[in-house]
Design a protein around this ligand. Structure first.
Ligand code: 8X3
Length: 253
């Protein structure tokens, strides 16, 4: 990289976000890493500082005041954010719509949708004023199709899909690149969270085939941010070879 860019990554302490942080660090991006797990944020800051400058922000993305004040409080060089990776998000529960849990629904809409908006709201104005920047929202195949019992999770990811398009339209006058990377099944702690620490049920999701790994998605995100300035990866879906749709997965490969 000729000039050192700064990337802001939400949900950076595990899974896809962690892989993006580690990948970007090795490429020399300065990093602002966000998450709730302060121990992991401290550990990452120590580890990744060997490669780049690292700032950490510990907040719950659902807390709009904490999001706004912690981003407003960033000092140089972290107050100029070139790349925003809206990665934080999860599934909570997998129930038919008529028996779904309100707490699960709140968590998914608050984190996957409103959290993304709160963070973006705090960062988009500086990109607009500088007339440069890149925003990548980590969507999902669940934002492209709806599968049985996916209901509200799919709804939250469809919202991410629509919001990504809205951002691209409204930020177009300012030369800001906006795109979504939509992974299919990725073997992280995603299912462990979805199934509330039922390890056996979570492990069964990825049995019998080779799912995407977090690093596979991080590689795609790195590809998106290393394109020339006139190229915007607007909408990219990535699945493992065994997966053809949300419900068609070949477990005999
Ligand atoms: C994760 C993909 O199919 O587990 O966003 O919902 S899926």
């Amino acid at each position: 990289m000729d000039t050192q860019k700064t990337a802001f990554i939400t949900g950076a302490t595990s899974g896809i976000g962690l892989a993006i942080a580690q990948t970007f660090a090795k490429e020399g991006y300065n990093l602002i890493l966000c998450g709730r797990n302060t121990d992991m944020l401290d550990k990452l800051q120590t580890e990744l500082s060997a490669h780049c400058k690292v700032a950490t922000l510990a907040y719950d993305v659902r807390d709009k005041d904490a999001v706004a004040s912690s981003i407003a409080g960033l000092q140089a060089p972290f107050n100029v954010i070139d790349i925003l990776i809206n990665n934080a998000g999860n599934a909570h529960g997998m129930d038919p719509i008529d028996t779904g849990s309100l707490d699960d629904w709140d968590a998914m809409m608050d984190i996957n949708v409103k959290g993304l908006l709160y963070v973006s709201h705090a960062i988009m104005p500086q990109m607009r004023d500088r007339k440069s920047g890149q925003i990548i929202n980590i969507g999902s195949t669940a934002g492209k199709e709806v599968y049985p019992k996916g209901n509200v999770y799919c709804g939250s990811k469809h919202a991410v899909d629509a919001i990504t398009t809205g951002m691209r339209l409204d930020l177009n006058p300012y030369g800001i690149r906006v795109g979504a990377i939509n992974p299919g099944m990725v073997e992280t702690n995603f299912s462990k969270v979805r199934f509330k620490d039922d390890d056996a049920r979570a492990a069964s999701v990825y049995k019998g085939f080779k799912a995407l790994q977090a690093q596979d998605v991080a590689d795609v995100v790195l590809f998106a941010v290393t394109r020339p300035a006139h190229v915007n990866i607007a909408d990219l879906t990535v699945m493992c070879t065994a997966q053809a749709s949300s419900v068609v997965v070949n477990k005999s490969l």
